[in-house]
Design a protein around this ligand. Structure first.
Ligand SMILES: [Zn+2]
Length: 454
C-alpha cells in the first residue's frame, strides 16, 4: 500500500507496537484499571542497558506506572525535548472487531489493535527513536527525554498531571511532542499536514436537581426531581453559545474541500451555524466543537425505588471550553442554560482548573515540524490544529512549555481516516507511518539545536 521504501526504524517500531497492544493496558477510568506496569515493562525491555541514559519510575498508585528516560545532549545550551507517549488505551467492544483488538497482528502491512492510532503507534516510535539516538554512537546536541506515561485516557490523574505536580524536575523541558499530529488533509490547493498546537479546556459539572420525596402512587402535583431533571437535560442540550471564529478555525476551513459558497458561509459569524449543518457528518461534529464551548449531558443517577418519587437526581455534564473561557464563564453559561430552574439545581465542579491551552506556532520547533512535513510530503504546508478533546499536552502548556501533536504518517492516513479509527472498531496503522514517525523524532532531536540558533 505504501508508495515508498519503509524508513529504517520501521521494523523495531512495528515489533514494539505489537508488544504494547498485547499489553492491553485498558483504562476504564477506575483507579484500579490501566495496569500500565505491563507496558512500562515492555518499554523497559526495549530500552534496557542504554549507555548514559537515566531512568526514573513513578507509581503513585500500585500498577499505575510511568517511566521517564533521559539521554543527555552534547550541548547544554540546546533545548531539551520531551517525547510524551501514553501507554494506556480505551476499552473495546471486541465483538465488533474483525481481528483480536489485543492481538497486535500484522496483516497486509497494518498492525491491528486498540491503541494502533491512539497512541501506542507514537509511543513505540518514540521509544525506538530514543534507543536509536542513544546507541548510534553520537548523542544529539539536545537532551532528549522519553516519558512513557500512564492514565492519559482518564485525564492524567495518575500520570502526567501527577508527575508535573510532584516531580517536575524529572520531566522539565523546552518542548513537548505528543499525540495528534502528522495526519494529512487534501486541501483544494494542495496537501496539508496537521500538527496540534492547542486543545479545548475541560470543565465537567455535576448538576444535582432537587425535588420533594413522596409516594409513587400519588404523582399528582408532585415535585419530582426526575421530571425537573428531564427539563434540565433538554435545556442543557439546547444551549448553544455564540461561535468564535478563531485562527484554528479559519485555517481548517481553508483546507476543506467544499464549494466556495459554503466556505464563505463557514467564515461568516452570522451564517456559520447553518453552514456547519451542511457539512458531512464526519466533519460537522468537529467543526461545531472547534468554534463552540460545548455542553453534553452524559450521565444520570437518580431514584431509589419504583414507588418513591425521587427528591434528588444527579446529572453529569461534559463541558469543553474554548480558549479564553474561564471557570466563572462556565458557571454563568450553566446558569443561563438553566434559566428559571437554576434555583432548583446545585452545580458542583467535577473537573475545573483545566482551561483551554495553546502554544505559540512562531517557534523553532514548529518551523522545524513544517520543514519536515514539507520534505516528507513534497512541499505540503502545515495546518496548526486544535484538539477538541483533552490530552496530556495541557499539563505542560499550563507550565509554559510549547507542546505540539507530532507524528508523521503515510498519505493514506488522512485526518478523516485517523478520526474514524480513533477510539473506533478495527483500529489499525500501516507500518510505513510507524517508521516515518520514528524518523521524525530522530530528525527533530538532531535539528532543533541548529533551528534554535539560526
Ligand atoms: Zn491518546
Amino acid at each position: 500500500m505504501s508508495r515508498r521504501a519503509d524508513p529504517p526504524l520501521t521494523g523495531p517500531t512495528t515489533e514494539l507496537l505489537q508488544a504494547l497492544i498485547r499489553g492491553a493496558c485498558v483504562n476504564d477510568g477506575t483507579p484500579g484499571s490501566g495496569e500500565e506496569h505491563r507496558n512500562a515493562s515492555v518499554i523497559d525491555d526495549a530500552l534496557d542497558g542504554l549507555p548514559g541514559v537515566g531512568r526514573t519510575v513513578f507509581e503513585p498508585l500500585p500498577g499505575r506506572r510511568s517511566v521517564v528516560h533521559t539521554l543527555p545532549g552534547s550541548d547544554p545550551d540546546a533545548p531539551t525535548i520531551l517525547l510524551l507517549g501514553h501507554t494506556d488505551v480505551v476499552p473495546v467492544n471486541a465483538a465488533e472487531w474483525r481481528h483480536d483488538p489485543f492481538g497486535g497482528e500484522l496483516i497486509d502491512g497494518e498492525v491491528w489493535g486498540r491503541g494502533a492510532v491512539d497512541m501506542l503507534n507514537l509511543t513505540s516510535a518514540m521509544a525506538t527513536s530514543f534507543a536509536h539516538l542513544a546507541t548510534r554512537g553520537r548523542p544529539p546536541a539536545s537532551t532528549v527525554r522519553f516519558l512513557a506515561v500512564a492514565d492519559e485516557e482518564a485525564g492524567g490523574t495518575w500520570g502526567a498531571n501527577w508527575i508535573c505536580a510532584n516531580a517536575w524536575d524529572e520531566v522539565a523541558c523546552d518542548y513537548v511532542l505528543t499525540e495528534s499530529g502528522g495526519m494529512t488533509l487534501d486541501a483544494p490547493d494542495g496537501m496539508r499536514v496537521v500538527f496540534a498546537a492547542a486543545e479545548k479546556g475541560v470543565a465537567w459539572r455535576r448538576l444535582t436537581v432537587h425535588g420533594t420525596p413522596g409516594h409513587g402512587s400519588m404523582p399528582f402535583g408532585a415535585d419530582n426531581a426526575l421530571v425537573t431533571a428531564a427539563e434540565v437535560v433538554r435545556r442543557i442540550d439546547a444551549y448553544d453559545p455564540a461561535p468564535q471564529l478563531h485562527s484554528f478555525w479559519t485555517g481548517w476551513v481553508a483546507g476543506l474541500d467544499v464549494p466556495d459558497a459554503l466556505r464563505e458561509a463557514l467564515l461568516d459569524p452570522g451564517r456559520v451555524r447553518e453552514a456547519i449543518g451542511a457539512l458531512d457528518a464526519g466533519q460537522a461534529g468537529y467543526a461545531h466543537a472547534v468554534v463552540h464551548t460545548t455542553f453534553s449531558p452524559n450521565m444520570v443517577r437518580g431514584g431509589i425505588k419504583t414507588n418513591v418519587i425521587p427528591d434528588t437526581v444527579e446529572l453529569d455534564i461534559d463541558i469543553r471550553t474554548l480558549p479564553g473561557v474561564e471557570e466563572a464563564d462556565v458557571d454563568r453559561m450553566v446558569a443561563d442554560a438553566l434559566g428559571d430552574l437554576a434555583d432548583r439545581v446545585t452545580v458542583t465542579p467535577v473537573i475545573d482548573g483545566r482551561t483551554a491551552t495553546r502554544s505559540p506556532i512562531e517557534t523553532p520547533m514548529f518551523d522545524l515540524l513544517a520543514r519536515r512535513a514539507a520534505a516528507v510530503h513534497d512541499g505540503a504546508e502545515v495546518l496548526p490544529w486544535m484538539v477538541v478533546g483533552g490530552t496530556d499536552a495541557a499539563f505542560f502548556r499550563m507550565r509554559g512549555v510549547p507542546s505540539y501533536g507530532a507524528g508523521m504518517y503515510d498519505p493514506s492516513m488522512s485526518l478523516a481516516q485517523f478520526q474514524r479509527r480513533f477510539h473506533g472498531h478495527d483500529e489499525r496503522i500501516d507500518t510505513t507511518s510507524l517508521g516515518l514517525s520514528a524518523q521524525l523524532y530522530v530528525d527533530l532531536a538532531d535539528g532543533i539545536a541548529d533551528a534554535t540558533r539560526s
